[in-house]
Design a protein around this ligand. Structure first.
Ligand SMILES: [Zn+2]
Length: 242
Protein backbone atom coordinates (compact mmCIF):
# COMPACT_ATOMS: atom_id res chain seq x y z
CA UNK A 1 0.00 0.00 0.00
CA UNK A 2 1.12 3.48 -0.57
CA UNK A 3 2.01 5.54 2.43
CA UNK A 4 0.40 8.91 2.52
CA UNK A 5 2.43 10.59 -0.12
CA UNK A 6 4.35 13.75 0.31
CA UNK A 7 4.92 13.67 4.02
CA UNK A 8 5.62 17.19 5.14
CA UNK A 9 9.24 17.80 5.90
CA UNK A 10 9.90 18.02 9.58
CA UNK A 11 6.90 17.78 11.82
CA UNK A 12 6.03 21.41 12.01
CA UNK A 13 2.35 21.96 12.46
CA UNK A 14 1.58 18.28 12.02
CA UNK A 15 -0.05 18.15 15.41
CA UNK A 16 -2.04 21.32 15.14
CA UNK A 17 -5.32 19.89 13.86
CA UNK A 18 -5.65 17.46 16.74
CA UNK A 19 -4.61 19.88 19.47
CA UNK A 20 -7.69 20.88 21.42
CA UNK A 21 -6.48 24.34 22.38
CA UNK A 22 -6.06 25.43 18.79
CA UNK A 23 -5.16 29.05 18.53
CA UNK A 24 -8.41 30.74 17.70
CA UNK A 25 -7.57 33.60 15.45
CA UNK A 26 -6.38 36.69 17.25
CA UNK A 27 -4.55 39.01 14.93
CA UNK A 28 -1.06 39.82 16.09
CA UNK A 29 -0.48 43.47 15.50
CA UNK A 30 3.29 43.49 15.52
CA UNK A 31 6.10 43.66 13.03
CA UNK A 32 5.54 41.81 9.80
CA UNK A 33 1.82 42.43 9.78
CA UNK A 34 0.99 45.75 8.34
CA UNK A 35 -2.40 47.16 9.19
CA UNK A 36 -3.29 46.56 5.56
CA UNK A 37 -2.60 42.83 5.77
CA UNK A 38 -5.58 41.23 4.10
CA UNK A 39 -5.06 37.90 5.87
CA UNK A 40 -6.50 37.77 9.37
CA UNK A 41 -4.40 34.84 10.50
CA UNK A 42 -1.14 35.53 8.66
CA UNK A 43 1.12 34.95 11.65
CA UNK A 44 -0.42 31.59 12.43
CA UNK A 45 0.38 30.24 8.99
CA UNK A 46 3.50 32.11 7.99
CA UNK A 47 5.10 33.29 11.22
CA UNK A 48 8.52 33.66 9.63
CA UNK A 49 7.32 35.54 6.55
CA UNK A 50 6.53 39.19 6.16
CA UNK A 51 3.29 40.11 4.57
CA UNK A 52 4.04 42.27 1.60
CA UNK A 53 2.00 44.50 -0.56
CA UNK A 54 1.22 44.27 -4.23
CA UNK A 55 3.96 43.38 -6.64
CA UNK A 56 6.20 41.48 -4.22
CA UNK A 57 7.17 37.88 -4.71
CA UNK A 58 4.92 36.80 -1.86
CA UNK A 59 1.98 38.82 -3.18
CA UNK A 60 2.32 37.04 -6.54
CA UNK A 61 2.36 33.64 -4.85
CA UNK A 62 -0.68 34.52 -2.79
CA UNK A 63 -2.73 35.61 -5.77
CA UNK A 64 -1.60 32.55 -7.75
CA UNK A 65 -2.78 30.27 -4.96
CA UNK A 66 -5.99 32.24 -4.53
CA UNK A 67 -6.80 31.64 -8.17
CA UNK A 68 -5.84 27.96 -7.89
CA UNK A 69 -7.90 27.35 -4.76
CA UNK A 70 -10.86 29.22 -6.21
CA UNK A 71 -10.74 26.89 -9.19
CA UNK A 72 -9.91 23.54 -7.59
CA UNK A 73 -11.05 23.84 -3.99
CA UNK A 74 -13.88 26.39 -4.03
CA UNK A 75 -14.88 27.39 -0.54
CA UNK A 76 -18.55 26.85 0.21
CA UNK A 77 -20.87 26.10 3.09
CA UNK A 78 -20.28 22.31 2.95
CA UNK A 79 -16.54 22.72 2.94
CA UNK A 80 -16.71 25.16 5.80
CA UNK A 81 -18.32 22.48 7.98
CA UNK A 82 -15.78 19.92 6.86
CA UNK A 83 -12.91 22.27 7.66
CA UNK A 84 -14.39 22.92 11.08
CA UNK A 85 -14.44 19.17 11.78
CA UNK A 86 -11.17 18.11 10.16
CA UNK A 87 -9.10 21.29 10.48
CA UNK A 88 -7.30 20.44 7.26
CA UNK A 89 -7.84 20.18 3.53
CA UNK A 90 -6.06 18.33 0.74
CA UNK A 91 -3.76 19.75 -1.88
CA UNK A 92 -3.13 17.34 -4.72
CA UNK A 93 0.53 17.74 -5.60
CA UNK A 94 0.12 15.97 -8.94
CA UNK A 95 -2.48 18.50 -9.93
CA UNK A 96 -0.32 21.39 -8.72
CA UNK A 97 2.57 20.07 -10.79
CA UNK A 98 0.62 20.33 -14.05
CA UNK A 99 -1.43 23.45 -13.47
CA UNK A 100 -0.04 25.72 -16.15
CA UNK A 101 -1.37 28.96 -14.72
CA UNK A 102 -0.05 28.18 -11.27
CA UNK A 103 3.35 27.25 -12.70
CA UNK A 104 3.40 30.44 -14.73
CA UNK A 105 2.55 32.65 -11.74
CA UNK A 106 4.73 30.73 -9.26
CA UNK A 107 7.39 29.06 -11.41
CA UNK A 108 9.40 27.55 -8.54
CA UNK A 109 6.46 26.14 -6.62
CA UNK A 110 7.54 22.51 -6.92
CA UNK A 111 11.13 23.26 -5.87
CA UNK A 112 9.89 25.35 -2.96
CA UNK A 113 7.44 22.64 -1.94
CA UNK A 114 10.40 20.28 -1.70
CA UNK A 115 12.81 22.63 0.05
CA UNK A 116 10.36 24.46 2.31
CA UNK A 117 7.01 22.71 2.39
CA UNK A 118 6.06 24.48 5.61
CA UNK A 119 6.05 27.90 3.99
CA UNK A 120 4.62 26.72 0.67
CA UNK A 121 1.73 24.90 2.34
CA UNK A 122 1.39 27.86 4.69
CA UNK A 123 0.49 29.98 1.67
CA UNK A 124 -2.24 27.49 0.73
CA UNK A 125 -3.43 27.43 4.34
CA UNK A 126 -3.61 31.18 4.82
CA UNK A 127 -5.47 31.61 1.52
CA UNK A 128 -8.01 28.90 2.37
CA UNK A 129 -8.47 30.29 5.87
CA UNK A 130 -9.17 33.74 4.52
CA UNK A 131 -11.62 32.34 1.98
CA UNK A 132 -13.62 30.75 4.81
CA UNK A 133 -13.45 33.91 6.91
CA UNK A 134 -14.68 35.95 3.93
CA UNK A 135 -17.50 33.49 3.34
CA UNK A 136 -18.65 33.82 6.96
CA UNK A 137 -18.28 37.60 6.76
CA UNK A 138 -20.57 37.78 3.76
CA UNK A 139 -23.20 35.73 5.60
CA UNK A 140 -22.89 37.80 8.75
CA UNK A 141 -23.17 40.98 6.75
CA UNK A 142 -26.42 39.83 5.15
CA UNK A 143 -27.79 38.73 8.54
CA UNK A 144 -26.75 41.98 10.18
CA UNK A 145 -28.39 44.06 7.50
CA UNK A 146 -31.60 42.07 7.71
CA UNK A 147 -31.79 42.23 11.48
CA UNK A 148 -30.53 45.78 11.87
CA UNK A 149 -27.34 44.93 13.81
CA UNK A 150 -24.14 46.89 13.39
CA UNK A 151 -22.55 45.46 10.24
CA UNK A 152 -18.99 46.40 11.11
CA UNK A 153 -18.92 44.69 14.48
CA UNK A 154 -20.67 41.62 13.05
CA UNK A 155 -17.88 41.35 10.48
CA UNK A 156 -15.03 42.12 12.86
CA UNK A 157 -16.04 39.35 15.23
CA UNK A 158 -15.57 36.58 12.66
CA UNK A 159 -13.04 33.95 13.74
CA UNK A 160 -12.19 30.55 12.40
CA UNK A 161 -9.73 27.93 13.67
CA UNK A 162 -6.50 27.19 11.85
CA UNK A 163 -6.89 24.82 8.91
CA UNK A 164 -3.80 23.17 7.44
CA UNK A 165 -3.10 22.26 3.85
CA UNK A 166 -2.07 18.60 3.53
CA UNK A 167 -0.57 16.99 0.47
CA UNK A 168 -2.74 14.20 -0.87
CA UNK A 169 -0.50 12.80 -3.56
CA UNK A 170 3.18 12.06 -3.76
CA UNK A 171 5.86 13.98 -5.58
CA UNK A 172 7.89 11.93 -8.02
CA UNK A 173 10.31 10.34 -7.73
CA UNK A 174 9.48 8.38 -4.60
CA UNK A 175 12.28 7.92 -2.13
CA UNK A 176 13.26 4.60 -0.61
CA UNK A 177 13.02 4.61 3.18
CA UNK A 178 16.66 3.51 3.46
CA UNK A 179 17.69 6.74 1.73
CA UNK A 180 15.93 8.95 4.23
CA UNK A 181 18.80 10.71 6.03
CA UNK A 182 19.00 13.63 8.42
CA UNK A 183 20.00 15.88 5.53
CA UNK A 184 16.35 15.77 4.50
CA UNK A 185 15.23 17.35 7.75
CA UNK A 186 12.90 20.23 6.96
CA UNK A 187 12.40 19.10 3.37
CA UNK A 188 9.32 17.53 1.86
CA UNK A 189 9.87 13.98 0.70
CA UNK A 190 7.59 11.28 -0.72
CA UNK A 191 7.98 7.73 0.49
CA UNK A 192 6.41 4.46 -0.48
CA UNK A 193 6.01 1.87 2.22
CA UNK A 194 3.76 -0.39 4.21
CA UNK A 195 2.38 0.63 7.57
CA UNK A 196 3.09 -2.22 9.98
CA UNK A 197 2.18 -0.63 13.28
CA UNK A 198 0.13 2.29 14.48
CA UNK A 199 0.33 4.17 17.73
CA UNK A 200 -1.84 6.91 19.12
CA UNK A 201 -1.15 10.44 17.96
CA UNK A 202 1.15 12.36 20.27
CA UNK A 203 0.74 16.08 19.75
CA UNK A 204 3.93 18.09 19.69
CA UNK A 205 3.72 21.84 20.00
CA UNK A 206 5.82 23.50 17.34
CA UNK A 207 4.56 27.06 17.72
CA UNK A 208 2.85 28.76 20.64
CA UNK A 209 1.14 32.12 20.77
CA UNK A 210 1.61 34.31 23.82
CA UNK A 211 -0.35 37.35 24.87
CA UNK A 212 1.35 40.22 26.71
CA UNK A 213 -0.26 40.98 30.09
CA UNK A 214 0.49 44.68 29.65
CA UNK A 215 -0.60 45.50 26.12
CA UNK A 216 -2.37 42.28 25.01
CA UNK A 217 -0.04 42.10 22.00
CA UNK A 218 0.30 38.56 20.64
CA UNK A 219 3.42 36.90 19.34
CA UNK A 220 4.15 33.39 18.11
CA UNK A 221 7.19 31.56 19.41
CA UNK A 222 8.65 28.49 17.75
CA UNK A 223 9.05 25.58 20.16
CA UNK A 224 12.23 23.81 19.07
CA UNK A 225 11.85 20.01 19.23
CA UNK A 226 8.68 20.44 21.26
CA UNK A 227 10.54 22.07 24.17
CA UNK A 228 8.59 24.77 25.97
CA UNK A 229 10.00 28.20 25.18
CA UNK A 230 8.58 31.48 26.44
CA UNK A 231 9.06 34.86 24.79
CA UNK A 232 11.76 37.06 26.30
CA UNK A 233 10.28 40.43 25.55
CA UNK A 234 7.02 41.84 24.22
CA UNK A 235 7.48 42.66 20.55
CA UNK A 236 5.07 45.59 20.48
CA UNK A 237 7.14 48.69 19.78
CA UNK A 238 5.46 50.84 22.39
CA UNK A 239 5.50 48.19 25.11
CA UNK A 240 8.66 46.03 25.35
CA UNK A 241 7.52 44.44 28.61
CA UNK A 242 9.56 41.55 29.98
ZN1 LIG B 1 3.31 44.24 25.55
Amino acid sequence: MGGRGGGAGGSQFSSAPSTPQLPVIAVPAHEGLSSRCSYDAWKLYLPTQKFSEQGSDMAKKLSAVERYIGEHHPTNEDERQELMDKRCFSVDLKRVAVDQRLLRDWPNIMEEMASDGETTLGVFGVVKHQAVVNLIRREREVEARQSGYDVKSAIDEVKFPVVRARLSSAAEPLMAIKDLKTSFYGRTVSLHGTVVRLSSVKPVCTWLSFECCQCLGVQSVRQPYGKYLEPVICLEKACKSR
